[in-house]
Design a protein around this ligand. Structure first.
Ligand code: SF4
Length: 233
């Protein structure tokens, strides 16, 4: 926990923080976030020690910034790998649950997420693009991608941790290249976006228009979706 506190201090120093609506957080709100974060981490450590959640050993130094060109396109894919699992054990019994010495490269990622809204589960992991991109930048090898999800619980609730594994391989990497090529062509990226076509793809969040991080929400709503009094008949 001391390491976590030191890491927090280093990362927060001299920075500003904003909520998803773009409001700047004040000192009290940042302190509240610190207390919540340490509580969630504490819950994770307690569950690992008790054997309720697997203990994942890391193979190589964690936190690696990796990138690779996307073949057939002008783009580079980039990711920040949190850790490379070398063994998954139960800390309580010492039982090896997964030795990670198989045909897959094992990559791990820590997530925090809501327990109630759009919570992490196997299907969410299986359709997520991140494992595909990370497998791609690590050399397009078959990948076993480990999510360690620390759900944001309130102080009166029990900690909630999930360990979800999803797999990716050649077919996924081929699809990823096609996806990036489609994007390159529809945006006319190779021609500096000169004849690019851009379509809004909003996602509703908490009953509000578009939950994506974007500075153009008002403009996007007015230009593309605001129907005024027109009934669209
Ligand atoms: S609000 Fe922004 S992110 Fe959402 S659809 Fe419009 S342009 Fe895209």
């Amino acid at each position: 926990m001391e390491m976590c506190q030191a890491y927090w201090d280093k990362e927060v120093e001299g920075k500003e923080f904003y909520d998803f609506k773009g409001n700047r957080l004040d000192a009290d709100q940042i302190e509240e976030a610190r207390v919540d974060t340490l509580r969630w981490l504490n819950g994770y450590i307690a569950k690992v020690k008790s054997g309720e959640v697997p203990f994942i050993e890391f193979a190589t130094p964690p936190e690696q910034d990796v990138s690779a060109p996307v073949e057939g396109t002008v783009f580079t894919a980039r990711g920040y790998v949190d850790f490379f699992p070398s063994k998954v054990t139960s800390m309580e019994t010492g039982e090896v649950l997964m030795d990670c010495k198989d045909d897959y490269m094992h990559i791990g990622d820590f997530k925090t997420g809501s327990k109630k809204f759009n919570a992490w589960n196997q299907a969410k992991a299986d359709i997520d693009l991140q494992p595909t991109v990370y497998g791609y930048i690590m050399g397009k090898k078959p990948v076993a991608f480990h999510y360690v999800v620390i759900e944001k619980t309130a102080s009166h609730e029990k900690p909630s941790i999930k360990h979800i594994i999803t797999y990716r391989g050649k077919e996924d990497y081929d699809k990823f290249e096609r996806l990036v090529l489609d994007f390159q062509e529809s945006t006319d990226r190779a021609n500096q976006y000169e004849n690019g076509k851009f379509y809004p793809e909003p996602v509703m969040g908490f009953g509000r228009f578009c939950s994506k991080l974007c500075s153009f929400k008002d403009m996007c709503w007015k230009k593309n979706f605001d129907r005024g009094d027109v009934r669209g008949e």
